[in-house]
Design a protein around this ligand. Structure first.
Ligand code: GDP
Length: 330
């Protein structure tokens, strides 16, 4: 498969083609996409079993956290409200990580629309420096990390709306939340569920007049996190004030990321759970699609639509009829 070879060679042309394939809703594309993902998964497993044998190995590396161990794939989700500085941060962080000899892929997940807060997610113009680097790949695309084979630091960006953070946290090993330098009520206002799944909270814009506010906000987040259930038994979420603009704290974030991957013996277990979850997601959507396209179901649903609209039948009763029709036919 040319696509498979191309991706392993880190050829951007093939990578872009593969992403288009995976996102396609055509059924023949879906089959090809699954074949491709399976091949990549096998390739990834071979690499992992060779270089990712156990966490005990990392313990030995404790003295020199990680940079020598380039074979780890860092799958990191980044989320935050529009304007918080996500693209500025990714640009600064990405350049820093590249300078340490890694290859960086930036992918974006935006379930609502490609346009958020006036900027297009994953748009190359938002990360002008990074997107021009030979070893970096920036693309607006909700793909699973598998496709970014050949890149060892995969940043999956999402804007802080709806369910996208949860979805992203299910695709990555580490979930990073970027927040503005504001405390008090605004922290209260932040959706608790999002802070709960964060492995790392970055308080951005910790510079100039906002420096103190950022430090105070960081302290508030730290105490707020103490009362939340930790995401892991070995990792206590960290809070780091950062200035994406002046690059203050960027190295601290990279150190925290390396420490997380080093400590997180759950990483592999998490990936296993995620694979199961994604299988069920796919089964659910595939079944639903087939179910809805059954002609007998379509006819019945059309009839029921009217009745439902007019209030002549309850949704529960209508659902029963639809499911019964399907089961009795079988
Ligand atoms: P995004 O919508 O989350 O991607 O946010 P952007 O990266 O586009 O940044 C939004 C605005 O905040 C821009 O005007 C940036 O220049 C500014 N900004 C981003 N990071 C920082 C920072 O660390 N300090 C300050 N003072 N401004 C920042």
């Amino acid at each position: 498969m040319a696509l498979y070879e191309g991706i392993l060679q880190r050829d951007r042309y093939y990578l872009a083609k593969a992403i288009t394939l995976v996102e396609s809703s055509r059924s023949d594309h879906k089959i090809q996409a699954q074949q491709l993902l399976s091949l990549l998964l096998d390739a990834q497993n071979k690499i992992m079993h060779k270089d990712f044998p156990s966490v005990r190995l990392y313990k030995k590396l404790d003295a020199d956290i990680g940079d020598t161990n380039k074979k780890i794939t860092y799958r990191i989700g980044l989320s935050g409200p529009p304007g918080v500085g996500k693209s500025t941060f990714i640009e600064a962080f990405g350049m820093h990580v590249l300078s340490k000899g890694h290859r960086v892929a930036v992918l974006a997940v935006d379930p609502s629309s490609p346009r958020t807060g006036g900027s297009i997610m994953g748009d190359k113009t938002r990360m002008p420096q990074l997107s021009h680097q030979e070893d970096a790949y920036v693309r607006p695309s909700p793909t699973r990390g598998t496709l970014a084979a050949g890149y060892d630091v995969i940043l999956v960006e999402t804007v802080g709306v709806g369910q996208s953070e949860i979805m992203v946290s299910e695709m990555v090993d580490m979930f990073v939340l970027i927040v503005p330098p504001a405390g008090g009520d605004e922290i209260q206002g932040l959706k608790k569920g999002i802070v709960e799944i964060a492995d790392l909270v970055i308080v951005n814009k910790a510079d100039g007049q906002l420096a103190n506010a950022a430090k105070e906000a960081a302290a508030e987040y730290k105490s707020a996190l103490k009362y939340l259930k930790p995401t892991s038994s070995v990792w206590m979420p960290k809070v780091i004030p950062v200035s994406a603009k002046t690059k203050m704290g960027i190295n601290d974030v990279w150190d925290a990321v390396k420490e997380y991957f080093l400590k997180s013996s759950e990483c592999e277990r998490k990936r296993g759970t995620q694979r199961k979850l994604w299988m069920w997601r796919q089964v659910t959507s595939e079944l639903l699609e087939r179910f809805k396209s059954e002609s007998s179901i379509r006819t019945l649903v059309n009839e029921l639509d009217q009745k439902l609209f007019r209030g002549e039948i309850t949704s529960g009763a209508a659902a029963d009829l639809v499911v019964d029709r399907f089961i009795n036919k079988k």
